[in-house]
Design a protein around this ligand. Structure first.
Ligand code: SF4
Length: 453
């Protein structure tokens, strides 16, 4: 394993989209072109359904490992105007829709959604749905909960509206690691929020852990997983720390490169955690997720209906993902669009009555074909070349790029089918990279992505 990790640990995308963001070509993207990609789906506003992602960017303090779009402030007066802007943005889209779209999934991400007062969050969802309560059997509503500021009132009010799923940002319980990443949250505090959420009736609680953090040792990950198992969350995300200080500016400079576990040492942290989780009945799903058998994510993985989008792995494969809020990304399958990344600029444009996108990508036929292959690989570890495709040259080029992985026993090709082997699962991003024509065409790949392992 060690040699393979050294060989394949290269900078590469996480493939929440294809084409990946650095290769998007429509910059700027016009609102007209963007809306056309939505209406391309002829059925859309008759029988189709959609997902909503809402970005809530404020945080009270900066975690130094953070790669998200956020604004640090302790001034809670920002809440109201920001929620007003998101509601306004939603209304701008609603004015374009012929009929009321069927929202099947809504997720609050950030930033810190629980920075906002419960009543502000409820005001937002009421305005979006036009209702006081959503049937959780019809739509899956979820939010990211910061253990340090999620109150009983947050849990109760959101649950009363119809939220049934939340994810708690944990990262690692070691005080040394928490100090290095400037995120102090003792296990007892997390336990309290977790148990209150359970008692309130949340049916799926996820804990987000991170491996490869500064100063993280094997004993830290073992202790973190042990504590996590004590609470037995339904889902566990075990993300690889993405070190990209050249993109994230000062946010990732609170520690030294020498503080980071590298290559095989870093991968060993994941493998040990995986061993511990599997021994307790968790099923490994996709690239970095685990779930208990009863959880919908595990069921979707087994039924091969798992989907992946900008929110990560999901059980819902809707026709359109609309991202609202600063920096949020939307996906109409035929196109991607991203909102303004500065909070002030986002609010200013929305308040002028304009949909606040600033860049995106309109997918051509080849993009759409590659997108499908990469999505299959990320969700099911296999894909099948489309026999009707005219891109035979592309297929041959992909096969050539996979030769090394085939020799190393990480991938097999049987007829038109490409399968990632058990040994190849840690290297699934590398397999996707062989399908990625943009990467193949690019000569300079340095400093665009974090490493694959
Ligand atoms: S990790 Fe979360 S809470 Fe910390 S700065 Fe980033 S977005 Fe904010």
């Amino acid at each position: 394993m060690q040699n393979l990790v050294e060989k394949y640990n290269v900078p590469g995308p996480r493939y929440t989209s294809y084409p990946t963001v650095p290769f998007w070509k429509n910059n700027p993207l016009s609102v007209t072109d963007w809306l056309e990609t939505i209406f391309k789906n002829a059925d859309f506003f008759q029988n189709s359904n959609m997902s909503l992602y809402i970005h809530l960017p404020y945080c009270e303090s900066l975690c130094t490992f953070c790669g998200c779009h956020k604004r640090i402030t302790k001034n809670h007066a920002v809440e109201g105007p920001y929620i007003d802007a998101v509601i306004k943005e939603w209304e701008l889209y609603r004015a374009k829709f012929i009929s009321s779209p069927d929202i099947r999934e809504l997720h609050f991400g950030g930033g810190t959604p629980t920075f906002f007062a419960p009543d502000e969050l409820i005001r937002l969802v009421r305005a979006i749905f036009g209702k006081d309560f959503i049937d959780p059997e019809h739509a899956e509503l979820s939010f990211e909960a910061h253990p340090n500021n999620t109150s009983k009132e947050h849990l109760e009010k959101l649950h009363a509206f119809g939220f049934r799923r939340l994810s708690l940002g944990i990262q690692d319980y070691s005080p040394t690691v928490q100090q290095a990443i400037n995120r102090i949250q003792p296990f007892e505090d997390v336990k309290k929020v977790h148990e209150t959420a359970k008692a309130t009736g949340y049916k799926s609680i996820s804990h987000d852990l991170v491996f490869g953090l500064p100063k993280q040792r094997m004993s830290d990950i073992v202790d973190t997983v042990k504590k996590t198992l004590e609470l037995r969350p339904d889902r566990i995300a075990l993300y690889s720390y993405a070190h990209v200080p050249w993109i994230k500016g000062n946010g990732q400079r609170g520690y030294d490169e020498s503080d980071l576990p590298q290559d095989a040492v870093k991968r060993a942290l994941y493998e040990r955690a995986k061993e511990m989780l599997e021994a307790e009945g968790y099923i490994e799903i996709g690239m970095d997720h685990f779930a208990l058998e009863h959880d919908d994510l595990a069921k979707a993985f087994k039924a091969k209906s798992l989907h992946r989008n900008f929110m990560g792995y999901t059980t819902q494969n809707t026709d359109f993902l609309l991202g609202l809020g600063m920096s949020a990304i939307s996906d109409s399958w035929f196109g991607f669009a991203q909102n303004e990344k500065s909070t002030e600029k986002y609010m200013e444009i929305v308040n002028q009555g304009v949909i606040p996108i600033f860049r995106g990508h309109l997918l051509n036929d080849v993009d759409l074909e590659i997108r499908k292959y990469i999505l299959d690989l990320m969700c099911h570890f296999e894909t099948t070349f489309d026999e009707k495709s005219t891109s035979t040259e592309l297929h041959e080029a992909i096969k050539r790029r996979l030769e090394g992985m085939i020799t190393d026993g990480l991938v097999i090709i049987e007829g038109n089918k490409v399968k990632v082997t058990e040994a190849g699962i840690p290297f699934v991003r590398n397999c996707c990279m062989a399908f990625d024509q943009d990467l193949a065409d690019k000569t300079q790949q340095e400093n665009m992505f974090s490493k694959t392992i």
